[in-house]
Write a protein that binds this ligand. Structure first.
Ligand code: PA5
Length: 462
């Protein structure tokens, strides 16, 4: 199982100004935490609570549909192209980057065991998009359009470009190269999909975009690229069983949620750094950033009263960011809590040959790259303690489907518990941001004429 080491956040090492008396805080909050966990499990099946992500490890139906479709199209496509943004892309990116062989898209078909390459278009940079379209053989590309709302401008604009290109190239057969993942009933994409007869998968009700990685949003791209989704779901289930325990002393999501909440509200450490020491986990950091930011960044408490909560998440990658951000973390404002993710066992052991005698680098020879990355993580941790900077360490035994399922689920639960501590609704799905509305206005969407006028006036005065 994944473990949490929170000694680096304790006042024993950091002093009272920068650390918490964790044993005492667990004692103080044990009843509140038990109440939060009990309520989460009590409310998970209730409509409108946004908690159905807690059921996803058990949802055999989706796994079954997804696997059936993946088997049906096996060997038909060389590329999967996912169109989606935010919660409709980041979970897929995080898991495929963690579980597929690095540089997957550069491997030959044989090296990929016949499974397709996978591309995520989660932005609308015209140069990037055009370049990708020029590379892909569209007749061998399966386009998965993912949008829960069905009208996200970025995704739908991409879809329109792709539909047009596919139609030009394949004639009426283009429909076989498009599948959609969207709401079961509502939304424009659902309507289009029914008219066009696309194969469609569902983003279930009461699962917000940032919690949707284990719905068809993620499971479909995973299955299509040969990732064993049963291993992922078995990791989720085991983690869920562990997290149902309302005892703070035994619940790592509750522990980490409480530590972060208190670090922010008591000690003013309102920046959460997510720092995996693993390149494979780099998009897990991006995924977490959205989860933490959109779930906790709120201007309303649960009772409707105004607030302004939300720790700011920051991404860092070990060892790379030791050379970019660590000086700031060590010496700059002491307003952060750094989450290390440490990998117990890498798949590969890579030796460093003994080829130089220079004192400055000779010591590296005969060691392994694995020893080096671990030594760097250890020394960074200790240097942060030297500067009284709080850390926690999440230990993942190895990067495989089982543990990735555990890791993501643990962080989702941590976020939900933190939301309850902050007294905000962490799992709600806000339908439209102000910026989204302004974009509609600028692009001439009907009904947004007044916003467009106001926006143009404001832009001139900025
Ligand atoms: O988590 C969220 O709510 C957002 O990041 C959405 O996932 C994102 O805006 C995309 O929305 P949709 O899936 O409706 O296209």
């Amino acid at each position: 199982m994944i473990e949490l080491d929170f000694r680096g956040a304790d006042s024993k090492f950091l002093g009272n100004e920068n650390g918490l008396d964790i044993a005492q805080e667990f004692e103080n909050y044990k009843d509140r935490i038990a109440e939060i966990i009990t309520n989460l499990y009590k409310n998970k099946d209730a409509d409108g609570e946004g908690l159905r992500w807690m059921d996803l490890g058990y949802s055999q139906e989706t796994s079954w549909y997804v696997k059936e479709y993946a088997a049906l199209v096996e060997n038909r496509f060389d590329n999967i192209l996912v169109l989606g943004i935010g919660g409709s892309a980041l979970g897929g990116l995080a898991v495929t980057n963690a579980l597929l062989t690095p540089y997957w898209n550069m491997l030959s078909k044989e090296e990929r065991n016949g499974y397709p390459r996978i591309f995520f278009l989660d932005n609308i940079d015209p140069d990037e998009m055009n370049a990708l379209l020029n590379i892909l053989n569209l007749s061998k590309t399966l386009v998965n359009v993912i949008t829960k709302s069905g009208d996200t401008a970025e995704t739908m604009a991409q879809y329109m470009v792709l539909k047009d290109r596919l139609e030009q190239e394949l004639g009426d057969d283009y429909r076989k190269n498009i599948i959609v993942t969207t709401d079961k009933k509502t939304g424009i994409l659902r309507q289009i999909s029914e008219q066009e007869g696309y194969k469609a998968f569902v983003v279930p009700d009461d699962v917000g975009g940032r919690f949707s990685v284990f719905t068809a949003v993620g499971l479909l791209p995973f299955a299509l690229t040969g990732i064993d989704i049963d291993k992922i779901t078995s990791g989720i289930k085991d983690m869920d069983s562990a997290l149902q325990n309302p005892n703070i002393y035994e619940n790592i999501s509750a522990q980490n949620a409480l530590i972060h909440y208190l670090m922010d509200t008591k000690l003013g450490k309102n920046i959460t750094v997510m720092m995996p020491y693993s390149q494979k986990l780099k998009y897990v950091a991006d995924w977490f950033i959205q989860l933490w930011a959109e779930s906790l960044g709120k201007n309303q408490k649960l009772d409707g009263s105004p607030t302004c909560t939300g720790p700011t998440p920051v991404k860092a990658i070990g060892a790379t960011d030791q050379h970019t951000q660590i000086q700031l973390f060590n010496q700059g404002p002491n307003n952060k809590i750094i989450n290390f993710i440490r990998v117990g066992e890498f798949e590969t052991t890579l030796n460093i040959p003994q080829i130089f005698q220079y004192t400055g680098i000779g010591y590296l020879g005969g060691k392994t790259i694995n020893e080096l990355i671990n030594a760097e993580a250890d020394s960074t941790l200790v240097s942060l303690i030297d500067y009284s900077r709080p850390t926690v360490t999440i230990k993942i035994p190895k990067i495989d489907g089982y543990h990735i399922g555990q890791l993501l689920y643990m962080l989702e639960m941590q976020t939900a518990i933190a939301g309850a501590l902050y007294n905000v609704n962490a799992c709600e799905q806000q339908s439209g941001s102000q910026a989204r509305n302004y974009t509609y206005a600028l692009m001439g969407r009907k009904g947004y004429e007044e916003s467009a006028k106001a926006l143009r006036e404001k832009m001139l005065t900025v």
